[in-house]
Design a protein around this ligand. Sequence first.
Ligand code: XMP
Length: 518
Amino acid sequence: MTHHDRLLIIDFGSQVTQLIARRLRELSVYCEIHPFQKVTESFLTEFAPKAVILSGGPSSVFADGAPMPPASVFDLGVPILGICYGQQVMMHCLGGKVERGHGTAEFGRAFVTPKDADLVLLEGWFEDDREQVWMSHGDHVSEIAPGFDVYGTSPNAPFAITADTERNFFAVQFHPEVHHTPNGKKLYQNFVRLAGFKGDWTMGAYRDDAIAKIRNQVGDRKVICGLSGGVDSSVAAVLIHEAIGDQLTCVFVDHGLLRLNEADEVVSMFRDNYNIPLIHADEADLFLNALEGVSDPEQKRKTIGKLFIDVFQKYANDIDGAEFLAQGTLYPDVIESVSFSGGPSVTIKSHHNVGGLPEKMGLKLVEPLRELFKDEVRALGRELGLPDSFIGRHPFPGPGLAIRCPGEITRNKLEILRRADAVYIDQIRKHGLYDEIWQAFVAILPVRTVGVMGDGRTYDYACALRAVTSVDGMTADYYPFTHEFLGETATRIINEVQGINRVTYDITSKPPGTIEWE
Ligand code: XMP
């Protein structure tokens, strides 16, 4: 997207650097995060940022080999904002002084009061006489660099907000990007406005750019896309189809571990509604036969993963002359994170790749969502006309119902599970709770228990309901359903699903639990 104005975030390893990017994207500003090790003088020249942000980080400027940006960053003539460690780096590089912690470390909530609120960065910020901010630093600045003045202080941070207005350099001790600095976004808004960003990073613009880029990359050649029915691969497929039409073929591997009616819904949506050439690889028997007698969770995943690649490859080979494989890789999967034990490391979540297939088949990758966060993918999906009900779907794992059926999988158990899950989700939708929940599903337990129905005893499966709230799936909390909801749902499942006579609710958070049962 070279014709967008770009902001460069130099990452010094803070846990919250990604949040800086989120805040900027919310302001329709295009930015990229790059680890400090990668940002050399030539990188800076090539990237040509319109503004730079120096992130926080866990290091001390006194440490051997302390993370530093190239000195030339201060000669670019563009506005720079240093945050926490980024502030210390600025002072250290520009002639100020930083001192070690020794009793002045500050963590948590603090209040900043203005010393001189007449600074562009602070416009509209101090609504009351003070603003809540979030501090998290060990070392601190003890003398500001020549050219800098103080604009805000907190009880423990005499240099909470500093700036050199000649050069448009700003340095703050706190983290404006985090939730606990409630009005922090205002600072970013002022910063990018002062830097001259037009705020043209909209989904409409992204869509047009992405289409042009795909056409340019692919030309008149063919692309294969593995469709899972999830949001990411679906949005990628619709976008690519809009760019290159029938040069795209989607392969939907149906492993027999999908939810009730799911395969039909995916096929009808893509083939019938969008007219996207779609191969429905109905390989349920192959997968379920291979899983017979397998109860070890890792073995299940491996069996499914390996077969998935074989099947995908088999169908893809039938698409004559395909040269590209499309993937719904997202920005959080490709951000290079700062690693202090070695060079920058690239984190790519393996389940986003069709396990080494590109190399195996000699395919090049098309990844049109690489620059987007999850909620931006949803916005793009809406822009492309995908129905809201589809875009808001809860995540569903690659191994499907296999990991919601602890122990050995049988066709009978899968059938019971599908029907119980459908009742549960129906209940959640009826009560208007679907969008409040990150993920909800039923797990069928590998135990049968005694019950009594009518005049007879039953000996059927027990199941567990799971529903969690989460932001990214990394941590999660159970959803606090009312007793009425739980009671009504249990009754419906037992009455409507033959094979289940006991319903439990899983109230484990993650950690220590996981969201899935296997
Ligand atoms: P856990 O169970 O690890 O799940 O707390 C976190 C999130 O990841 C999903 N998940 C998977 N997704 N392949 C996937 O595509 C997998 O093997 C897999 N395992 C877990 C899970 O559904 C939840 O959203």
